[in-house]
Design a protein around this ligand. Structure first.
Ligand code: 5AD
Ligand code: SF4
Length: 449
């Protein structure tokens, strides 16, 4: 049985895809190991969304080649870098890559690996598909509380900075039934939370059914207590979806709502299809439907042509909206994207650094205040891990709004839902004390409007 080692970079979709790859290869007599030294085949599931992720992977290939016997091992790249950077990877003489498989090629991976092992010649399969959703594969999941499940793949939005439509292909959704079957399996295996994934998850549609319908159907499955989803696009929030998030008690009260920029001219250059005002109106509407909602976001600083004043517009939206937290990135041009072709990367590295530092400081203050406002409140927390990095006397879990909470371990078990009084807060994490343990939500009656 050839031994395989896999490492995953990038987003949750890639984590999920690595579970798919593991399931496919295990079915085909490959065995997974946890140390690269033990493996004959080393796979890196890669991300090309930002420059940094790409650089990290190339450095890692270099390091893996320098392991004992590293030169004899098969090193394969999977995922977004392969389809996006195909040409430069194939031409790279310094870096020997033995195998490349794109995000839609994983079912052919056993054949590709057999070929690479037998012929000792580089192989690749980078064809993107309009229909592949892997809905017939049951991903291999380590026992946990949260199960990922991709309900749609690809993206048709063509934001000008983003490589996903090129790296992962066109949008496609899997059937409601295949999602429900997978969620039922998860529930039987003891998972209590599912996170529905898609590059543009709320544009899910299958036959006449939309994302709100899917959420409601998933919530009918007993023993699943919490449903999360990521990442949505602000353009796909009909009232029916807002109502579902507000009224369905299993759907977590958290929306990740990527802003990207706060100036209309930059939003237009990014092809985000909404204006600053439309974004703010959506935030208001979300909060009218669901006052307790937690909102998080993604922001890019230093998009081509972004002036100081336009950056101030982004700061202003951040101040007005008061996000619970934000992921902030420096723009990096990605090969093949419209922005890389059309707009010179003219914001200097120093300006990008200055803007990201400034925005992070503003957001940190907001996150701290938001978190402090929870002190004294009672929240339901689903325990996710028994040991935290700082102390093995603590456990960590999340509130409905996705806030990390640290609790004294006591008798608490992973997968337990507890009621917690929040007693302390930093910008990134809450502290609390259990006021009621072992809440069994399976017998809960859920009210849908
Ligand atoms: N440069 C910087 N950040 C980017 N993102 C996507 N493409 C780029 C890019 N070229 C960010 C966006 C997106 C998140 C996943 O990564 O904010 O929402
Ligand atoms: Fe990275 Fe985007 Fe690919 Fe996810 S889909 S791995 S974020 S490039």
């Amino acid at each position: 049985m050839p031994k395989v080692y896999i490492e995953t970079y990038g987003c949750q979709m890639n984590e999920y895809d690595s579970e798919i790859v593991q399931a496919i290869l295990q079915e085909n007599r490959y065995q997974f190991v946890v140390q690269p030294e033990e493996a004959e085949i080393l796979l890196l599931n890669t991300c090309s969304v930002r420059e940094n992720a790409t650089r990290k992977v190339l450095a890692r290939v270099h390091a893996l080649r320098h392991l004992t016997n590293g030169r004899e091992k098969i090193i394969g790249l999977l995922g977004c870098m392969t389809t996006n950077l195909r040409q430069s990877l194939l031409e790279n003489k310094k870096m020997r890559i033995d195998l490349m498989a794109g995000p839609d090629s994983y079912k052919r991976l056993p054949g590709l690996l057999d070929q690479a092992l037998t012929d000792r010649k580089a192989v690749h399969d980078l064809k993107l598909s309009r229909s592949e959703t892997y809905s017939d594969i049951h991903p291999f999941r380590a026992k946990s509380v949260n199960g990922w499940i991709a309900v749609m793949r690809g993206c048709d939005n063509y934001c000008t900075f983003c490589v996903v439509p090129y790296a992962r292909g066109r949008e496609r959704s899997r059937s409601i039934d295949s999602v429900l079957n997978e969620v039922r399996r998860l529930a039987e295996q003891g998972f209590r939370q599912v996170t529905l994934l898609g590059q543009n998850v709320n544009s899910y549609h299958h036959q006449n059914h939309d994302f709100a319908f899917l959420l409601n159907k998933v919530s009918e499955i007993d023993d699943i207590w919490r449903i999360r989803f990521t990442s949505p696009h602000p353009k796909d929030f009909p009232d029916s979806l807002l109502k579902t998030v507000a009224d369905n008690s299993k759907v977590c009260k958290h929306i990740h709502l990527p802003l990207q920029a706060g100036a209309d001219r930059i939003l237009d250059r990014m092809n985000r299809t909404y204006s600053r005002q439309q974004y703010m109106d959506l935030v208001d509407k979300i909060r009218q439907y669901c006052p307790s909602i937690a909102l998080t976001t993604d922001i890019i600083v230093g998009f081509p042509g972004e002036t100081d004043e336009e950056f101030e517009n982004t700061l202003d939206v951040v101040q007005r909206v008061q996000f619970d937290s934000a992921f902030i990135f420096k723009y990096s041009p990605r090969r093949g994207t419209i922005a890389a072709r059309k707009y010179p990367d003219d914001v200097t590295p120093a300006q990008k650094t200055e803007r990201i530092v400034h925005l992070n400081a503003v957001q940190k203050e907001i996150s701290l205040n938001k978190n402090r406002s929870h002190i004294g409140e009672a929240h339901q927390v689903l325990i996710e891990e028994l040991v935290t990095r700082k102390s093995d006397l603590d456990v960590q879990g999340r509130t409905d709004g996705n806030k990390l909470v640290i609790l004294p371990k006591g008798d608490l078990q992973v997968g337990e839902m507890v009621s917690v009084r929040i007693s302390g807060a930093s910008a990134n994490v809450l502290k609390g004390k259990v006021i009621q343990a072992s809440i069994d939500l399976s017998a809960h009656s859920f009210i849908f409007h």
